[in-house]
Design a protein around this ligand. Structure first.
Ligand SMILES: Nc1nc2c(c(=O)[nH]1)N[C@H]1C(S)=C(S)[C@@H](COP(=O)(O)OP(=O)(O)OC[C@H]3O[C@@H](n4cnc5c(=O)[nH]c(N)nc54)[C@H](O)[C@@H]3O)O[C@H]1N2
Ligand SMILES: Nc1nc2c(c(=O)[nH]1)N[C@H]1C(S)=C(S)[C@@H](COP(=O)(O)OP(=O)(O)OC[C@H]3O[C@@H](n4cnc5c(=O)[nH]c(N)nc54)[C@H](O)[C@@H]3O)O[C@H]1N2
Ligand code: SF4
Ligand SMILES: [Mo]
Length: 732
């Protein structure tokens, strides 16, 4: 084990948590070098100590994952050297030159034989802005493939599609998270922040005190419990029916004359059609579909209206999470939530608004710099000639050489190794055999490839399937920027050296580009200094919806040194003067051609995979506080593993009794796709027609072996949240 050396003795390094989009502030204090490299228990000593840092999103707090995040730096099986699969079928250590020559040689051969479309790239929303940008540029200029997409497709694409359609631009929260404190009512749809962003719960305190926290979730989640009693309302709909809840809430507003007519007339288009379309969703009818009592629907609509500024309230917010977005009608449901917020006159008013709670550490920035199959940096469309011209100019290539749009993640994964589909895949920052839907099929597609290359920090389940594994640096070992759930651009800073031969991804891409790109990309096209990459990213984004051109590492550092809490995009370059960034968007109008928010008619169709004889139970999936995503990182943190050591499925005692699945026994869940087994936990927090399972495990406890790969037709987001299963006991 390499002892910590970098920056040791220089005092704490101010940075942010490696995990979620709240990006809590933390200080990393490097260990003093060379004294002892193991702790009293003989475990490798951690190279940094984590302490929470006061920052607006976390108010000085951290969750258990943040507190323990340093453990991942010295995971016992941390990747410290490239690995290449040998003739014996085993992964074995290799030199960087051998590994990179092998990858470049095979990619070049495939492209020569089958064309550039034979190679595909899968990125991640945890990558820094600099790495996400470099990866997109690498795919489009060096590989010249249209086939790049990323795990953000699983995470935020429905909210992005709905937000872009309605407002002309997609920034998860178009206001600072601290604004929430002043609202009387917060409607939280399909989000369990109490577990997924624990310090966020503090921002709900104002609404709770006013009795106005409304949580919509088929489970009585930790967040739903915050809305218990006098503090708010928990609506517990049939899984996959939130759209009906929202249509009914809008129906009540209109029927009772509670909508903000002046706002609708001045700031929106399409409200007449939407008003007509919800006429059919009176609360009693909605109740028959979503199971939420009509009286509760009326009560919540009136609560929202009373909080709206138009009716003299202190303000209200409508917020969505994955529970409503990861659905075949995710875009429609978010659109209905936006329509509701617009009818209340909330978006673009200080102290009120609509937002989506972005998930991954750089879930916001990850979607802006060109990892999405249809986008170029600056959140530009790849099929827009002006965007191609601009970005190609920054890249020093011919616009005609840039590929067109590729396929969204689920379709791209399904095409791997098929006739005419890609034969090689490069994965950066995702453990997709655990986290993609219908995971058994995904595993088959990966097995059909000629070449799988995985760049990671640990041997994830996906890395273990690779032909070549490239070890990279992680959060505390690198410089860069992250854009958090509010669109605030933050500096990630290096506190410690990476162990062994792990190398920065910027270096890995530069080395591959050098081997592959000769002739068609400029020789200096892939700088390895993150500040230089950021400067180029800023130029590429200039004039686009997500404009970073007024930002640089130096400006962000100076801003922070002066006590500033980060700068928000859009932040175009001056003159005149330095642009201050945009904490609150839409105050003067929306980013649509006419400046009005577009209201779009949507209606309910239900999940693709509905309950039926043979699969009579709803399965909903999600997260638990202690584990992160596929678990690649948190399963390597002993404290967290002790707290939640194994996969489990929650079911109601009535269902458990009826099916003969006892509390603590083993349950088997079978769908049309596959089977998963886990320990049963009885709880009355789930509906008796529904079971819940977190997705944080691979192997036989991997719930994505049963989830459906049906996707939202607009966004391409898969329906992780709801599918139909049969539940049976597993004999001991
Ligand atoms: N501990 C932890 N925190 C995380 C993560 C993690 O893996 N672990 N991941 C981060 C990332 S990338 C993301 S995207 C966010 C996700 O953050 P959240 O959106 O809060 O997380 P989920 O648990 O996926 O889903 C939220 C809730 O949706 C509910 N749900 C399921 N089906 C439905 C439905 O049909 N309707 C409604 N209304 N609700 C439904 C579930 O019961 C669950 O309580 O968390 C981030 N933070
Ligand atoms: N059933 C079900 N499935 C889901 C969801 C759900 O709610 N239910 N949620 C979906 C959502 S919202 C998401 S975001 C996805 C997430 O699922 P994944 O895409 O699998 O996300 P992670 O587990 O965070 O994987 C990130 C990987 O990148 C590695 N890594 C960390 N830092 C770096 C780096 O700097 N560079 C590189 N190259 N690698 C790095 C980590 O070690 C890890 O192996 O899961 C989706 N899957
Ligand atoms: S809430 Fe998110 S950012 Fe904050 S400490 Fe926990 S995982 Fe890290
Ligand atoms: Mo996510």
């Amino acid at each position: 084990m390499t002892p910590a050396t970098a920056a040791a003795g220089d005092g704490p390094v101010a940075t942010h948590c490696p995990y979620c989009a709240l990006q809590c502030g933390m200080d990393l204090t490097p260990a003093r070098p060379g004294v002892v490299d193991t702790d009293a228990g003989g475990r490798p000593r951690l190279p940094v100590t984590v302490t929470p840092r006061q920052f607006p999103t976390n108010g000085g707090g951290l969750c258990q994952k943040g507190w323990t995040s340093a453990s991942v730096l010295r995971a016992g099986d941390r990747l410290t050297t490239p690995l290449v699969r040998g003739a014996d079928g085993e992964l074995a250590p290799a030199t960087w030159d051998d590994a990179l020559d092998l990858v470049a040689g095979r990619l070049a051969a495939l492209a020569a034989e089958r064309g550039p479309e034979a190679v595909a790239v899968f990125g991640g929303g945890g990558l820094t802005n600099e790495k996400a940008y470099a990866l997109g540029k690498f795919a489009r200029t060096v590989l010249r493939t249209p086939h790049i997409d990323y795990n953000g497709r699983f995470c935020m694409s429905s909210a992005a599609a709905a937000g872009t359609r309605a407002f002309g631009v997609d920034r998860g929260l178009p206001f600072p998270v601290t604004d929430l404190a002043g609202a009387d009512v917060i409607l939280l749809l399909g989000s369990n922040v109490a577990e997924t962003m624990p310090p966020f719960a503090a921002h709900l305190a104002g609404a709770r005190a006013a009795g106005g926290l409304v949580v919509v979730d088929p489970r009585r989640s930790a967040t739903a419990r915050l809305a218990g009693g006098a503090e708010g309302v928990h609506l517990q709909p049939v899984p996959g029916t939130d759209l009906v809840v929202l249509l009914a809430l809008l129906h009540v507003l209109l029927a009772e004359g509670l909508a903000d007519r002046a706002y609708l007339a001045a700031r929106t288009s399409g409200s007449g059609d939407v008003a007509r379309s919800v006429a059919a969703w009176w609360p009693e009818r909605a109740e028959t579909v979503c199971g939420v009592p009509a009286e509760d629907l009326r009560r919540v609509a009136r609560l929202l209206a009373a909080a709206s500024p138009a009716r003299g309230g202190r303000g209200a917010y409508v917020l969505t999470g994955r529970g409503v977005e990861q659905s075949t009608q995710g875009t429609a449901t978010v659109t209905a939530a936006i329509n509701l917020a617009l009818a209340l006159g909330l978006p673009g008013l200080p102290g009120s608004g609509f937002g989506c709670l972005t998930g991954q550490g750089n879930g916001q920035g990850g979607r802006e710099h060109g990892q999405k199959c249809d986008q170029l940096p600056g959140y530009r469309r790849i099929d827009d000639p002006a965007a191609r011209e601009h970005v190609a100019g920054v890249w020093g290539v011919d616009p005609g050489s840039l590929p067109g749009p590729g396929r969204p993640a689920v379709a791209m994964l399904a095409s791997l190794g098929t006739a005419g589909g890609p034969r090689a895949l490069l994965v950066h920052g995702s453990n997709l055999v655990v986290s993609a839907p219908d995971a058994d099929r995904v595993r088959e597609r990966l097995a059909a490839l000629d070449l799988l290359v995985v760049c990671d920090v640990v041997p994830s389940e996906t890395a273990r399937l690779a032909d070549v594994v490239l070890p990279t640096t992680q959060w505390a070992e690198e410089e860069g920027t992250m854009t958090n759930l509010e669109g605030r651009v933050l500096r990630r800073r290096r506190a410690v050296e990476a162990p062994g031969e792990a190398r920065s991804e910027l270096w890995i891409l530069a080395e591959l580009a050098r081997r592959l790109g000769a002739g068609h990309v400029p020789g200096d096209a892939f700088p390895t200094d993150p500040a230089a990459v950021f400067d180029e990213l800023a130029r590429a984004s200039a004039g686009g919806p997500a404009d970073y051109s007024g930002l640089s590492h130096a400006r962000l550092d100076a801003h922070e040194a002066a006590g500033g809490p980060g700068l928000y995009w859009p932040c175009p370059a001056g003159p005149p003067g330095e642009h201050p960034g945009t904490p609150r968007m839409f105050l003067d109008g929306f980013a649509t051609p006419d400046g009005r928010a577009r209201m779009v008619v949507v209606d309910h169709a239900g999940p693709a995979d509905d309950v039926r004889p043979g699969a009579p139970t709803y399965l909903v999936t999600g997260r638990v506080l202690q584990h992160y995503q596929s678990g690649a990182q948190t399963h390597r943190v002993p404290e967290l593993e002790r707290l939640v050591p194994e996969p489990y499925v929650e079911l109601h005692p009535l269902l458990g009794t009826r099916l003969g699945v006892p509390d603590g026994g083993r349950a088997r869940l079978a769908s049309a796709r596959g089977v998963v087994e886990a320990t049963a936990r009885w709880t009355d927090a789930v509906r008796p027609d529904t079971v819940f399972m977190p997705f944080h495990w691979g192997g036989e406890g991997s719930v994505n072996r049963v989830t459906s790969d049906a996707v939202d037709p607009v966004s391409g987001m898969p329906e992780f949240k709801v599918c139909a299963v049969s539940v049976t006991p597993v004999p001991a």
